[in-house]
Ligand binder design. Structure first.
Ligand SMILES: Cc1ncc(COP(=O)(O)O)c(C=O)c1O
Length: 435
């Protein structure tokens, strides 16, 4: 790449020309008029020499990628077994399996290592079909489980689903706040599986009521359906317990892990299951497989992440830091009631609920400009999602909270007109990004 091609304008034009015009426009819309050139997971540096604090990144960093143990694991594997022939077993996979087994409550003791979160969801749905011989799958309203066709069938987001109808025709949504209705629907339908998030991330950082989750679990037991808990966003301590389902006393048949397990470096996901639920994959290892699933680099990073989560008590840190953030944000709700209506979440998965989606967008954009990265909720656009790493320094945490307060004050003062602050409208010309 020549020097000229590394300019913001050239890279944006390249993105438009060879990948996604919409993606380039999104960067333009959020005001990200610079390139990301370095980052640790705690902070990211841009080409205009700004250092931004990470409170978002779609929950991929629970521990910073720069953690010495992760760096060591990556360096060790790259110099010894960077890739596998797949003709032999290797010790890195064995260590990852042992580590997963150590942190996963019994009777979950079998694991399939895959890549993306959606892929783990696909595999779990296949497992449920094989296990029960049934086709139907059920999910909660406002769920998010990914965008591949199977995962989309259990994702309750009309905008993403409707262009692809029909998905799995036997999939259906359950109420997320009527436990009796859920119980009745599951025991009547007798599906292959019900999949839930304990705290819905994309669905507005919504902690699903515990009685409803328990009713779903009972109905699954009653009807022989697999109870699948998707911990792709919540797992490994983000919500203040190692698994969000443990925090509310559930016993799933299948647990899905992803995102933070790869330390923001490499995609790695896991389908964990009881011996009984896993039987079909146990008998035929090729009924579901993936070329890069369980590759040595992913396994080494996953092992390092799990060791850090255990030795540095990340669940406890998430709980403590989360409480602090929550307290600070709650006082911001009180001070900015016309803008900010609520704060929800658990541990370090927190949602700031704005009165409307443009305000949420303006908040994200303003924080980006001031030096904090946050994330939108894809299916609940009035909610801004916060998912910082647990190992952010106190100074960074304080600075981020100050910036949130400053941004809200600025929005509240009416100094910024919503329309002008939200920036240029969508245009498809290739080279008009201000640098
Ligand atoms: C709960 C949950 N499940 C599944 C997925 C899909 O994961 P991926 O984007 O890695 O396919 C996500 C992604 O945000 C998620 O939050």
């Amino acid at each position: 790449m020549t020097h000229q091609e590394t300019s913001v304008t050239a890279i944006s034009a390249n993105l438009r020309r060879h990948s996604s015009t919409g993606r380039a426009l999104l960067f333009e819309f959020t005001g990200a008029h610079a390139l990301e050139v370095a980052g640790t997971g705690r902070t990211f540096r841009t080409s205009d020499a700004k250092e931004l604090i990470n409170f978002g990144a779609y929950a991929t960093f629970l521990v910073a990628a720069s953690h010495p143990r992760i760096q060591y694991a990556a360096a060790e594997i790259l110099s010894s077994l960077p890739g596998s022939s797949r003709a032999f077993a290797n010790a890195f996979t064995a260590r990852a399996l042992q580590s997963l087994n150590r942190i996963m409550p019994a009777p979950i003791e079998k694991f399939m290592l895959l890549n993306s979160g959606s892929e783990a969801v696909e595999a779990a749905l296949k497992l449920a079909r094989l296990h029960t011989g049934r086709a139907a799958v059920m999910h909660l309203q406002k769920s998010y489980h990914g965008k591949t066709l199977g995962a989309l069938a259990v994702t309750d987001a009309e905008a993403f689903r409707s262009p692809f109808a029909s998905l799995l025709p036997e999939s259906s949504a359950l109420s997320r706040d009527d436990a009796d209705a859920c119980y009745a629907a599951i025991t009547t339908t007798r599906p292959a599986a019900v999949i839930v998030e304990v705290v819905q991330g994309e669905g507005g950082v919504y902690p699903v009521p515990v009685p409803l989750l328990r009713a779903i679990q009972s109905a699954c037991r009653e009807s022989g359906a697999l109870f699948i808990v998707d911990e792709i966003q919540t797992g490994l301590g983000r919500t203040g317990s190692m698994w969000a389902f443990e925090g509310v006393g559930l016993k799933p048949d299948v647990v899905l892990v992803g995102k933070a397990l790869g330390a923001g470096i490499i995609p790695v996901s896991v389908v964990g299951a009881t011996r009984e639920a896993f039987r079909s994959f146990d008998i035929d290892p090729l009924v579901h497989s993936s070329t890069y699933g369980g590759n040595p680099l992913a396994c080494a990073i996953a092992t390092a992440v799990i060791e850090i989560v255990e030795s540095e008590e990340i669940p406890q840190t998430s709980q403590e830091v989360g409480k602090r953030v929550m307290t600070a944000l709650t006082s911001l709700v009180d001070a900015n009631a016309a803008l900010l209506t609520d704060v929800t979440g658990r541990g370090l998965l927190i949602g700031m609920h704005f009165a409307n989606p443009p305000q949420a967008a303006l908040f994200i954009k303003g924080c980006l400009k001031k030096g904090v990265i946050t994330t939108p909720c894809l299916t609940t656009p009035n909610v801004v999602r916060l998912s910082p790493p647990a190992d952010l320094s106190g100074a960074m945490l304080n600075r981020a909270l100050e910036i949130f307060a400053e941004q809200l004050a600025e929005m509240g003062s009416g100094a910024a007109s919503l329309r002008s602050e939200l920036g240029p409208g969508m245009s498809d010309s290739g080279d008009n990004i201000p640098s």
